[in-house]
Design a protein around this ligand. Structure first.
Ligand code: TXA
Ligand code: MG
Length: 328
């Protein structure tokens, strides 16, 4: 299959909607990462998503809607969910709620719940408006690879497997949405993401609790190895920055690259560095893209964590997941 990469125009949006309504897949940009979309009403298309990505069957998909008023068509909205919807949607927050019967078990991976999101990004909104159906979409990468933040990343992973990538440019956040379970009395964090827990707590005046401390099921996707580049990837906590030098002294440092923010560069003046930028916002924006760039040039990647606060926590979460057991 030929994979077209088209800029967002009236024509390409019309073409995308036709593919979706004929049961095909389209990759599209959101403010977090690129998504790989299918109509929630076409089970063959939904199954294709899992096949194309090599995604485990038990990992449910997020339903993307153009209009937050439509959330009620797919999910049961609780008072707590209403608070999030009023304050953070459209945006980079995803809510897990009890599903309505119209949501296929392929979307929910057999769970009684559904995850819903209303993207803010203009090109995502235009795509969803044109399709006129809710769109189930995971990130548009091959499973376990870093999420795509540019159309070219989607192309690298999925060329020949999907008919169309809508190229809306680079994603504003570069990190996936924050996933919250809003079914009960408390907001539970299932996945750290583009909106920090601190921002949610400050704006709403409520506590966000950790899913680890409860008996409810956690976000199935978080149990898999994720976001990994093709070369060995090591992680050091922010306060363990010296461990990166210790590691490099035992290896061929010319083949290694360090990911760190600008304020930490002076610790590594004799080594290869790829900058994560000046702060956590920059780091979120660059991390996945740098992983894809670094794996082409170097044989080992050493990532220095950010301070474990705000958005830095979300960036560290992705780095730790990519490193798996490779913690310095
Ligand atoms: O920013 C994002 O969220 C992007 C864009 C495209 O919207 N999407 C994304 O999808 O990151 P994906 O499939 O890569 O990650 C979705 C996460 C997974 O960890 C999955 O397990 C969780 O959300 N999830 C989806 N439905 C769920 C449900 N019903 N209950 C618990 N977790 C759910
Ligand atoms: Mg993903």
């Amino acid at each position: 299959m030929e994979t077209l990469v088209l800029p967002i125009t009236k024509d390409s949006l019309r073409q995308a909607a036709k593919i979706i309504n004929d049961g095909g897949l389209v990759a599209f940009k959101t403010e977090t990462v690129y998504g790989l979309g299918a109509s929630i009403y076409n089970e063959d298309a939904l199954r294709q998503i899992f096949l194309v990505k090599g995604r485990p069957q038990d990992n449910p998909l997020i339903v993307h809607l153009h209009d937050k008023e439509d959330i009620e068509t797919v999910a049961k909205v609780t008072p707590l969910a209403k608070l999030i919807i009023d304050n953070f949607m459209p945006g980079a927050v995803t809510l897990v709620l009890n599903k309505k019967p119209c949501v296929s078990s392929v979307v929910s991976a057999g769970l009684e719940t559904v995850a819903v999101r209303v993207p803010m990004d203009e090109s995502a909104a235009a795509f969803l408006r044109e399709c006129k159906v809710p769109i189930a979409a995971p990130s548009a990468n091959t499973s376990t690879r870093p999420s795509p933040t540019k159309a070219i990343h989607v192309y690298e992973d999925l060329k020949g497997k999907i008919p169309l990538i809508l190229d809306g440019g680079e994603c504003a956040y570069g990190l996936e949405s924050t996933v919250l379970d809003a079914r009960g009395e408390n907001l539970e964090i299932l996945r750290l993401g583009a909106v920090s827990v601190e921002d949610i707590e400050k704006k709403l005046g409520v506590r966000v609790i950790s899913a680890k401390n409860t008996s409810k099921p956690r976000s199935p996707g978080m149990k898999y190895r994720h976001y990994a580049p093709k070369k060995p990837f090591y992680f050091a906590e922010h306060s363990d920055n010296g461990k990166i030098i210790e590691f490099l002294q035992k290896t061929d440092a010319s083949q290694a690259v360090i990911f760190c923010t600008d304020d930490m560069k002076q610790n590594y003046i004799n080594y290869n560095i790829m900058s994560l930028g000046k702060d956590a916002t920059d780091a979120a924006h660059r991390l996945f893209s740098l992983m894809r760039e670094a794996e082409k040039k170097y044989s080992v990647i050493l990532a220095l964590g950010l301070k474990d606060e705000g958005l830095g926590k979300s960036v560290n979460n992705r780095m730790r997941k990519a490193a798996a057991d490779n913690i310095l």
